[in-house]
Design a protein around this ligand. Structure first.
Ligand SMILES: [Zn+2]
Length: 521
């Protein structure tokens, strides 16, 4: 019996503050989740909003899923009503998916207070809705909302709801910790009680992360024998999110030896996690387990020299199994060994003497306010330049940037840039919400003709910090930028008294590193 991976990024995950997905975004994410190899992709809640209705219409025509099954989500019929006239159940059928997942209340408090119905009606709503969907040839999963809290409050009612769902034909009974406050030990106790009461049921679990335990509780539930886990890639979801598949899937696969992705491989995980983050437009935290850019990053000098010899002594698993990689960060603390291994990682050959000169140079620059830990891209360029390399993608003649505030509080920035690209002088302009955005647009526009790869390079993070200075008129500004393609991201840095100049250095270095990776130059 295999464990089923049920992804709800497109429904529960999209409830996260700051996430707003278009139908096109949802289709892209569904395709990426299928590429990853999850068993079920919950597409949304038909009838709840026109966007989800359109998603299901387009998904039928445009999505060609190889391993995932698309499911539609909805709730049981309204209280004191009839299934045949329930608009919500009608929309669920109209989505025309083979599998539907419906949510019903398992906590007596919610039935009595939120629905203002009696408990018998609460049970009937679940049973009749499932029977109705089964009569229309749907496979049905049942999400028992607030199950763990409901079981603690009134176990008889919570179990009566599950029994009714099972007898009505639900294939999976999914126990949800909707408020996310339960601990793993508590989850296992409740699960065991359910298994003893309804031994034939195939159970699933759905955890929210409010107590920081969604992944831990999912693992405990899998150990206790559940058939299905629900969650979201990168842990998206309301409040503190849902169980994080980017962490849970490698835990289940690498640590527990469970086959979670069938024929697909976890080696695509990091790349897909970053790609979804790009569509969602929220940068993935560097310290995200397994898939974050710092998940296998090492800093201290001593440690890195040992790491170069024996990586398994300092890493809990081989980063390649999840498609990530070991990274060394460079700082003035770094020893020669970490410079050498960083250079090797970049494919550059350097000797001991050269490494010592680089360390000296880094110390000088860090004194001026540079900080290479988060700027691996700038470090790469520094090493190349000290070895005599010079970037040949473009030469700057000049740029000019201004910001205009128009009536009605509209603010726009415009940049004009003059560069020599491939021996030819190019003048281009860019508009943006701010001066840095406008400059980035203008430079990309100037390069696009010769280097089409710039279209795939995106500015994904921009941070400015004013550095402490005794002389406040001469305060320096440090700009850290992150640039990404579809696969990875890299950091670059600029330091200057003028924020535009510091930004210019950081964004151009970001583009140069990207061009180095995408062109033969
Ligand atoms: Zn949920």
């Amino acid at each position: 019996m295999t464990l089923e991976i049920y992804d709800t990024t497109l429904r529960d995950g999209s409830q996260q503050e700051g996430i707003s997905l278009t139908v096109g975004d949802k289709l892209r994410i569904a395709a990426l989740l299928d590429e990853l190899g999850v068993d079920y992709v919950e597409g949304g809640w038909p009838g709840a909003n026109p966007k989800d209705d359109e998603f299901f219409k387009r998904a039928c025509k445009e999505l060609d899923l190889s391993t995932a099954t698309l499911t539609a989500f909805g709730s049981t019929r309204r209280p004191r009503s009839k299934v045949a006239i329930d608009p919500q159940l009608r929309s669920l059928l109209d989505a025309e998916t083979e599998v539907v997942c419906i949510v019903g209340k398992a906590w007596d408090y919610h039935v009595l207070e939120a629905l203002r119905a009696d408990l018998d009606e609460g049970v009937r709503m679940v049973a009749e809705s499932i029977e109705y969907l089964k009569a229309h040839d749907r496979r049905v999963f049942f999400d028992a909302e607030h199950f763990f809290d409901g079981y603690a409050s009134n176990p008889d009612f919570a179990l009566a709801v599950l029994r009714a769902a099972s007898e009505a034909g639900a294939e999976r009974l999914v126990l949800c910790d909707t408020n996310g406050g339960r601990l793993p030990s508590d989850v296992v106790r409740t699960l065991t009680a359910v298994q003893e009461t309804i031994p034939a049921a195939e159970l699933g679990v759905h955890f929210h992360n409010d107590a920081g335990c969604a992944v831990a509780s999912s693992i405990a539930a899998v150990e206790a024998g559940v058939r299905q886990v629900q969650g979201c890639i990168n842990g998206y979801g309301e409040r503190t999110g849902n169980a994080d598949f980017s962490t849970l899937l490698p835990d289940l696969s690498i640590k527990m030896g469970i086959d979670v992705l069938g024929s697909k491989s976890l080696t695509r995980l990091s790349s897909i996690a970053h790609h979804v983050a790009e569509v969602v437009n929220i940068s993935l935290a560097p310290h995200h387990p397994y898939v974050g850019s710092s998940a296998f990053t090492h800093k201290a000098g001593l440690h890195t020299s040992a790491l170069a010899r024996r990586p398994d002594a300092y890493e809990h698993t081989d980063p390649a199994t999840v498609g990530n990689r070991t990274r060394m960060v460079v700082s003035e603390l770094a020893g020669k060994a970490s410079i050498l291994s960083k250079a090797e990682e970049l494919g550059l050959e350097v000797d001991d003497d050269f490494a010592r000169r680089i360390i000296e140079r880094i110390k000088e620059l860090e004194h001026e306010g540079y900080h290479f830990e988060a700027a691996d891209g700038s470090f790469e360029l520094l090493v190349r330049e000290m070895a005599g390399w010079e970037q040949s993608f473009f030469k700057l003649e000049s740029f000019r940037v201004f910001t205009e505030r128009r009536a009605h509080e509209e603010v726009v920035a415009e940049a004009t840039i003059k560069v020599v690209v491939n021996g030819e002088r190019v003048v281009s302009t860019g508009e943006g919400v701010g001066p840095v955005h406008a400059l980035d647009q203008a430079l990309k526009d100037a390069l696009r003709g010769t280097y089409p790869a710039v279209a795939d390079l995106h500015l994904t993070d921009y941070r400015v910090r004013v550095l402490d200075s005794k002389d406040s008129t001469g305060a320096r500004v440090r700009v850290l930028v992150e640039t990404a393609d579809h696969e990875t991201a890299w950091g670059t840095i600029g330091v200057h008294e003028n924020v535009i100049e510091a930004s210019w250095k950081a964004i151009t270095e970001g583009l140069i590193v990207g061009l180095l990776r995408h062109t033969a130059g």
